[in-house]
Design a binder for this molecule. Structure first.
Ligand SMILES: NC(=O)c1ccc[n+]([C@@H]2O[C@H](COP(=O)([O-])OP(=O)(O)OC[C@H]3O[C@@H](n4cnc5c(N)ncnc54)[C@H](OP(=O)(O)O)[C@@H]3O)[C@@H](O)[C@H]2O)c1
Length: 292
């Protein structure tokens, strides 16, 4: 199937659904998943140095037989590389690892406010963009104050903000702020993330989004799963999900969401599941320098 595209603020076409490759490793499971993703029409791939498969994503996609211009490849700037020159070097390193001569999207992975150099990194991102070494630039995990600082000190408005977001964490005010500035939201943990809390973020009253009776009921009404309902909710909210799966059937299922439309009442019912349940790190305080 052909996944539709959305037009970013700079005119670049980005697939409406991407394939996240975190936690897929770089061995047999990774190859099986990548093959299933390509076969089912995914063309956007989201990696990062931290996922330990950046090089394998590049190698796989270079050899997959699909013309480069039909692929949309994203990677990210490590937290330890926010100084201007370090950002430029990290970009070169990413291209070298992946064996590519340009990227479709380069993101600052986290703002790391305690270091306070993300606006410096942004200047370097702007240079890379102007030199046409990357087709779109953006940020990830940026909250409103971090975006505001980029808007105040930068010259190019980020085209994307990649956020933890799903029906349990709708981050509506931040999504509205992004929409007002023409910044496309991409959502990570679109299916609610792992089935148990992440170490080291324990949580009482943990719930699994995909087991939520509301998600199951709304999905079932259309002959779909809770996962498909969650992905459709994102798309109907102008958000680009990047679900990951290691399972070919679930990979197929996650883009088989174009034959139904959630009603306004169903969208509102899903919105009402929000309880600001964040499983990943708090972007306001997160400063792990190994990450990126
Ligand atoms: N920018 C950032 O800071 C950041 C942070 C974290 C993640 N990400 C990106 O977001 C992507 C997605 O994150 P994620 O995989 O952790 O969370 P997710 O997409 O919410 O998926 C959670 C789990 O759901 C399972 N699943 C997938 N499809 C399913 C289906 N149709 N039915 C039932 N279960 C299904 C998967 O397990 P199976 O493999 O067993 O199917 C997966 O591990 C990552 O791969 C990465 O690219 C970005």
């Amino acid at each position: 199937m052909k996944i539709p595209t959305v037009t970013l603020s700079n005119g670049v076409e980005m697939p409406e659904i991407g394939f996240g490759v975190a936690a897929l490793g770089n061995g047999k499971a990774f190859h099986t998943a990548m093959e299933a993703a390509l076969e089912n029409g995914y063309r956007m791939f989201d990696t990062a140095p931290f996922y330990e498969n950046e090089a394998e994503v590049g190698e796989f996609l270079r050899g997959c037989g699909i013309p480069r211009q039909e692929l949309f490849i994203t990677t990210k700037l490590p937290n330890a590389c926010h100084a201007y020159e370090d950002t430029l070097k990290a970009f070169d390193t990413a291209l070298e690892h992946m064996g590519l001569d340009y990227l479709d999207l380069f993101l600052i992975h986290f703002p790391v406010p305690s270091v306070g150099k993300y606006h410096e990194a942004w200047k370097a991102m702007e240079k890379l963009y102007r030199e046409k070494r990357v087709r779109a630039i953006g940020v990830s995990n940026f909250q409103e104050p971090h975006l505001q600082k980029i808007l105040d000190t930068g010259e190019i408005v980020p085209q994307v903000n990649e956020l933890e977001c799903n029906p349990y964490l709708t981050v509506r005010p931040l999504c509205n702020f992004c929409a007002e500035h023409g910044i496309r939201v991409v959502n990570w943990f679109p299916l609610g993330g792992p089935r148990e809390p992440l170490v080291p973020y324990p949580m009482d009253d943990f719930k699994v989004l995909l087991d939520d009776p509301v998600m199951l009921r709304i999905g079932a009404k259309y002959g779909k799963s809770a996962a498909q309902a969650a992905l459709k909710w994102a798309i109907q909210n102008h958000i680009t999900p990047i679900p990951k799966s290691s399972n070919p059937e679930r990979i197929r299922q996650n883009c088989d969401i174009y034959d139904f439309t959630l009603t306004p009442e169903e969208l509102a019912e899903i919105d009402a599941l929000n309880h600001d349940r964040r499983l990943g790190p708090d972007p306001n305080t997160f400063d792990d320098m190994e990450m990126g």
